[in-house]
Design a protein around this ligand. Structure first.
Ligand code: FMN
Length: 312
């Protein structure tokens, strides 16, 4: 049975709604990401049988350690969602979102709101563990809702039976911009025996090593640092400080082709704009390129624009 080798410094691609879809996860896997997470899947949408949600669950053929992340709060609904996933192959684990700060999610008592009711969070994890037939049940959490309580949160999650935790070193109040508190991640890690992934603002090879050493976490989880920069996983796997990016054009074109295949309509090009912004960042004439691609919804046209720009 497949498993995660926590003694080998695994790297994980963080779930990023709107970015880490199947095509991008496929690219990150190709560069050596060990574990991939789906974008957060709403429990309500999943049990309503939403077509769009089922497309979001799909796994790329190279995703051998693929984890589905659920966002929800109602235990009966979560059990139903877990049972749906039990009938699907190729999923190594199910993760619970305890980090999403978005008001709509928080208003439904889901995401980071679960950090305000740890006994309820524990009951959800217990139910997931009891009903899931997958190898892992995990939790992705922040270090608190308003106050920082990383030790209590980590301990609660461990005692409820989770197999590992990913800790984003900000509170809900810290949004995505507050300074990441790596010491809080270190304290979360110290409080539990189960493996922990450190997450938050890890954007370079050097930083990943530094954070791993400082927090003593088993692995690092990278989100925004991989967008426009998926080869960060190659660097981490092969201990390389820099990579030769002369192949960037071929990666961008391959990524676009995967978008074309997966979405089969203009959505592919529209969603690809964000990736192009990231791939072209800090290149000459990037601002003009960005405004041109923002007006393109046709994949062929976008391909042409990429051919021209990345050859410069
Ligand atoms: C656009 C965006 C979408 C996100 N979507 C999710 C999500 O679906 N599930 C989740 O647990 N976290 C989500 N996050 C949080 C990230 O997984 C991660 O914890 C956070 O961005 C910090 O890590 P990073 O600096 O490596 O990106 C999202 C963050 C961003 C910026």
């Amino acid at each position: 049975m497949l498993y995660i080798n926590f003694s080998q410094s695994p790297t994980a691609l963080a779930p990023l709604a709107g970015l880490t879809d199947l095509p991008f996860r496929r690219i990150c896997k190709k560069f050596g990401a060990d574990i991939t997470f789906s974008e957060m899947i709403s429990v309500n949408a999943l049990i309503r049988d939403s077509k769009k949600t089922f497309r979001m669950l799909k796994r790329a053929d190279n995703e051998d350690r693929y984890i589905i992340q659920l966002a929800g709060s109602d235990i009966a609904g979560i059990i139903k969602a877990v049972e749906i996933l039990n009938n699907m192959d190729g999923i190594l684990g199910i993760d619970l979102n305890c980090g999403c700060p978005v008001p709509k999610v928080v208003a439904q008592d889901a995401g980071s709101s679960l950090l305000r009711d740890l006994p309820h969070l524990a009951k959800i994890v217990e139910a997931m563990k009891k009903h899931s037939n997958k190898r892992y049940v995990s939790v992705k959490t922040r270090i608190g809702f308003s106050e920082k309580t990383p030790e209590i949160i980590a301990k609660t999650i461990e005692e409820a039976g989770a197999d590992f935790i990913s800790v984003h070193g900000r509170t809900r109040s810290g949004g995505y911009k507050a300074e990441v508190d790596y010491d809080a991640i270190r304290r979360a890690k110290e409080s539990v025996k189960i493996p922990v992934f450190a997450n938050g603002d890890i954007t370079t090879y050097e930083k990943a090593l530094e954070i791993k050493q400082f927090t003593k976490c088993e692995g690092v989880m990278i989100g925004r640092g991989a967008v426009g920069n998926p080869w960060i996983f190659y660097q981490l796997k092969h201990n390389e400080k820099s990579v030769d990016k002369s192949f960037i054009k071929s990666v961008v074109l391959e990524h676009l082709e995967l978008m074309r295949e997966f979405y089969q309509d203009e959505t592919g090009a529209v969603l690809f704009r964000k990736h192009l912004h990231a791939y072209s960042k800090s290149m000459p004439e990037a601002a003009a390129f960005r405004s041109r691609v923002n007006a393109i919804s046709n994949v062929d046209k976008m391909q042409e624009e990429i051919e021209n720009f990345f050859s410069m």
